[in-house]
Design a protein around this ligand. Structure first.
Ligand code: ZN
Ligand code: ZN
Length: 247
């Protein structure tokens, strides 16, 4: 049966710059009643990693060397997530170009992607491999936070159809321009630390099956964004979403 599933497609662990382990993240989301999550640790671009090193900062990253092991770990953990919580875990990663300012979340692709590949080449590769591409936090402002996607914001019109979906909300932020441009939408927590847990998420009406969830994202019809708070009640939110699609 199709149901409203509570989803988060953009989550980090301590395999990149998050603070919880993979297992801790799965238990946190599983116990909170999530239906679908994607683990999406950073593949940082080489120049950014060099800049960090020069500053004496060390941040773990998914690299071409550890990529296979990373995907293997996610696949193993996805079995436990399903067994213990009935929760789907989609393996993913965030192609993180902090030099040219674009972050692309990639779901269900088992191939390393270099962040210096162009947006066009990355999204095409993801499509060919049957994955999902998400334009992450497209933001216009320059910021001291390095992880913004100014390049995606500035080219929203021409890149619009290249991505399966765009983040209309990320963590505590809303990106109205994504809505105004008529992009297909998704909302994610970009979870790094515990204080990001109560944040934007997505409800999708579909079957509890990875391929069905991917297809529903692409079709983007029964997709509702929702703010997950301590008072969040999945049944009530699903009822509200149902009323809205019947309008
Ligand atoms: Zn990012
Ligand atoms: Zn992220």
């Amino acid at each position: 049966m199709e149901k409203w599933l509570l989803c988060d497609f953009h989550i980090h662990t301590n395999m990149s710059d998050g603070s919880l382990s993979l297992r801790e993240v799965v238990d946190l989301y599983g116990e909170a009643g999530f239906d679908v999550i994607a683990i999406t640790d950073h593949i940082f671009d080489g120049k950014y990693l060099k800049r960090l090193k020069e500053r004496g900062t060390k941040v773990p990253s998914i690299t071409i060397e550890n990529f296979r092991d990373y995907i293997k770990l996610l696949k193993e953990e996805s079995k436990r997530a399903w067994k213990e919580y009935g929760m789907i875990l989609i393996p993913g990663f965030e192609v993180t170009n902090n030099t040219d300012k674009y972050h692309i979340v990639v779901l269900d692709v088992e191939e390393y992607i270099d962040p210096f590949m162009s947006v066009e080449a990355i999204t095409e590769l993801v499509r060919e491999r049957g994955g999902i591409s998400i334009a992450a936090h497209p933001e216009k402002k320059e910021s001291d936070r390095e992880h913004l996607s100014k390049h995606l914001y500035e080219n929203m019109e021409s890149f619009k159809e290249l991505f399966d979906v765009w983040e209309v909300a990320n963590q505590f932020d809303l990106f109205n321009s994504v809505n105004l441009a008529g992009c297909r939408i998704v909302a994610n927590s970009d979870f790094h630390h515990l204080h990001h847990f109560f944040s934007w998420r997505t409800l999708i009406k579909t079957y509890r099956d990875k391929e069905a969830v991917k297809e529903a994202l692409r079709e983007n019809e029964n997709v509702a964004i929702t703010f997950f708070s301590p008072r969040f009640n999945k049944e009530k939110e699903a009822e509200k979403a149902e009323e809205l699609i019947l309008l």
